[in-house]
Design a protein around this ligand. Structure first.
Ligand code: 13P
Length: 246
């Protein structure tokens, strides 16, 4: 039985004051039946760690460098994140693939770099609207996941995968539970075929998850929780979503 996981992806939102309020509200809403984490902008990781230390809410980053160290201005290494107790690092989010031209190979290298420091990569995959309309959803997501499986080998079982259809991110347009489940089943089968312990890999759904649709999404057999954007910035709504995962 996979324990469900709900992760807030704050994206480029927040301020020291707003974060402190949000994290205090989340801490007060514990305990949750599922694992809960927040992936915050890098500059806030230290304070987030200090505020959540000793609680069962985990924290993480929204990206990680593929390099261990060196002359890579602006990058943050997995070792640095590990020093601040990060349990997770999102890699390959569609916004990074789109706005920062991240390739499948780079995403795979980032997943490897995270795991090398015992940080669980949350590997995002997902098709655009044009790809879905063109009947290419399966081809796209299996290509994206395949690159990571190939790079990680036996360690693929240690990642978390997030299916985030690009057309559902920040649009208010959610994949139906059946649409999401269908893709999750494909991803699970791919992990299985690769010999990864597919039964244990958590597959999250992301894309306009809200308080009023979380229960039905999380009820699907291969949806093991969610990666939540906008709704993770509102303590009350994020709490409802966390409580929908059990
Ligand atoms: P929204 O929940 O705002 O649609 O964002 C989803 C997402 O991209 C999480 O990583």
């Amino acid at each position: 039985m996979r324990r469900k996981l709900v992760v807030g992806n704050w994206k480029m939102h927040g301020s020291r004051a707003a974060n402190a309020e949000l994290l205090a509200a989340l801490a007060a809403a514990r305990p949750f039946a599922a694992d809960v984490a927040v992936c915050v902008p890098c500059v806030f990781i230290g304070e987030t760690a200090a505020q959540l230390a000793g609680s069962d809410i985990a924290w993480g980053a929204q990206d990680v460098s593929a390099h261990a160290q060196g002359a890579y201005t602006g990058e943050v290494s997995a070792a640095m994140l590990a020093e601040y107790g990060c349990r997770y690092a999102i890699v390959g989010h569609s916004e990074r693939r789109q706005y920062h031209a991240e390739s499948d190979a780079l995403v795979a290298a980032k997943a490897q770099a995270a795991l090398a420091r015992a940080i669980t990569p949350i590997v995002c995959v997902g098709e655009t609207l044009a790809e879905r309309d063109g009947g290419r959803t399966e081809t796209v997501v299996t290509r994206q996941l395949g690159a990571v499986i190939a790079a990680l080998g036996a360690r693929a079982a240690q990642m978390v995968v997030a299916y985030e259809p690009v057309w559902a991110i920040g649009t208010g347009r959610t994949a139906t539970p059946d649409q999401a489940q269908a893709v999750h089943a494909v991803l699970r089968a791919q992990l299985q075929a690769a010999g990864a312990d597919a039964a244990g890999v958590r597959l999250l759904y992301g894309g306009s998850v809200k308080a009023d649709n979380a229960v039905e999404l999380f009820a699907m057999p291969d949806i093991d929780g969610g990666l939540i954007g906008g709704a993770s910035l509102k303590a009350a709504e994020f709490t409802v979503i966390c409580n929908a995962a059990r």
